[in-house]
Design a binder for this molecule. Structure first.
Ligand code: NGQ
Ligand code: ZN
Length: 454
């Protein structure tokens, strides 16, 4: 058994003092006891919080970040960015995917994420052929997660069409091509990799890339209680295409045709009308919000306040990975709402008036649900995923526990994550990842190879 003693720890019921946290060799929390005595020899922390869940990742896009910020000839948009991203995806090899994933996940860990949901769609070889092992590239991303030490929910993507109405894929999308049977085969091959740090679900890419009949076919064959993620209503253009094709907006169309429940994570869900906000909240599905990518791609702002008022659940994701920081996602989630409403302190509830605490706890709960793993809380039975904050930093000097997350999320730009325990392993110590040098060297080599193609 291993242990940590935290003078202040964020438990599901709120901040507690003198908390003894103990976990077993398999990385599961066995006992969490507040108001305990500090046993001799047990490491001491001032502030300990649960590691965050990153519920939406396309890890290969980490190698593209920052390279799409030059204006083209016409107006740039989500759709012109997507063309650049497709071009970039053309030459990536399975070995590259593993190297990029390891780098990204080590960065995510250093910024306080201890779990990630990988929405994985580059599944075929550059020439469009299936790899001999259909789960080749998914397996590589899982290998990258294991090198870094982050928990992972792998979501092989169903991707058959270029748009609503089963329009054929474009040549540049052929690496992504899967039908319902392909996806079920990939999931079947990944079953052997499932363990306490690894879950497998599924992700219909969007209502553009998968038909509702395919989605229902996959759901009927999917093992019970597996997470199901989908991109939805991210752009006004998608809403228009959905209306043209089905006479309904994307969320309405999905809820009419598919049984959406707590297993589901609706990624972005940016453009909603009132009835759709209500439908998502009532279904218990998680809204997967990716504020930095949504800003970067010019998506729009999610209607957080009405959604929360109806009991809606949310989590955060770094999606295209222009940021690896949970703090930045949460800060921009709240700031987007303030700018839209011209008010302050929006992400709160009747009982939790503290914005930082509300955001961190809310994103943990929604993130854990979307990950389909026992994570997101410092309590027995959950994974031992613990972030120890840098109490030597001036920002945290002398703070009461209920001031810590407001400061973490809203004050300054230094990384206040000092040590990170993921699945019972200390993967980050003094802000350094245990394998940082080797992982970064391999990542740089990958960048050099990929940039030869540009
Ligand atoms: C993706 N990314 O699959 O990487 C998408 C863009 C699409 C975001 N939606 C492609 N942020 O939606 O067609
Ligand atoms: Zn995405």
């Amino acid at each position: 058994m291993s242990a940590l003693f935290a003078k202040n720890a964020l438990l599901p019921s709120g901040w507690a003092q003198d908390v003894l946290l103990q976990w077993d060799a398999g990385g599961e929390l066995i006992d969490v006891t507040p108001n305990a005595l500090h046993p001799a020899g047990v490491e001491l922390a001032e502030y300990a919080i649960p590691g965050m869940v990153n519920l939406h990742s396309h890890s290969f896009q980490r190698a593209l970040g920052g390279l799409t910020e030059k204006a083209g000839d016409g107006p740039d948009s989500f759709w012109t960015w997507r063309d650049l991203m497709y071009r970039f995806a053309r030459n990536i090899t399975p070995a590259h995917m593993e190297a990029i994933a390891a780098q990204l996940f080590s960065e995510c860990l250093r910024h306080g994420y201890t779990s990630v949901c990988e929405f994985h769609y580059v599944q075929r070889a550059p020439d469009g052929a299936m790899y001999a092992n259909a789960a080749e590239t998914a397996g590589r991303v899982i290998a990258g997660a294991r090198l870094a030490g982050i928990g992972v929910t792998m979501l092989p993507v169903l991707y058959s069409y270029a748009g609503f109405g089963e329009t054929p894929l474009k040549p540049e999308q052929l690496r992504f091509k899967t039908d319902a049977q392909d996806v079920l085969k990939i999931i079947g091959e990944l079953e052997a990799l499932r363990d306490a740090q690894t879950e497998v679900g599924v992700a219909p890419h969007s209502l553009r890339a998968a038909s509702v009949s395919q989605i229902n076919e996959v759901l009927a064959a999917l093992p019970h209680n597996r997470p199901v993620h989908i991109h939805i209503a991210e752009q006004q253009g998608e809403v228009r295409q959905s209306l043209d094709f089905s006479g309904r907006r994307p969320v309405q169309y999905l809820y009419d045709e598919v049984q959406v429940d707590r297993r589901w994570c609706l990624v972005h869900a940016t453009h909603l009308v009132d009835g759709e906000v209500q439908a998502i909240a009532q279904s218990g599905a998680v809204a997967g919000l990716c504020p930095t990518t949504e800003a970067n791609l010019g998506d729009g702002l999610f209607p957080l306040e009405p959604f929360l008022a109806q009991g809606g659940r949310f989590g955060i994701g770094s999606d295209s990975h222009i940021s690896h920081s949970a703090v930045e996602e949460l800060r921009w989630l709240e700031y987007g709402q303030r700018l839209m409403q011209q008010r302050r302190n929006i992400a709160v509830s009747a009982v939790q008036r503290n914005v930082g605490d509300f955001l961190w706890q809310g994103a943990l709960q929604g993130g854990a649900q979307a990950a389909g793993r026992a994570v997101g809380a410092l309590e027995a039975g959950k994974r031992a995923d613990i972030v120890v904050l840098d109490d030597g930093h001036p920002n945290l000097y002398g703070l009461a526990a209920d001031e810590v997350l407001g400061t973490l999320v809203f004050s300054g730009n230094d990384n206040l994550v000092k040590h990170v325990l993921a699945g019972g392993q200390w993967v980050v110590r003094e802000q350094k990842h245990a394998a940082q040098q080797a992982i970064a060297a391999r990542f740089k080599q990958t960048l050099a190879e990929l940039r030869e193609f540009r």
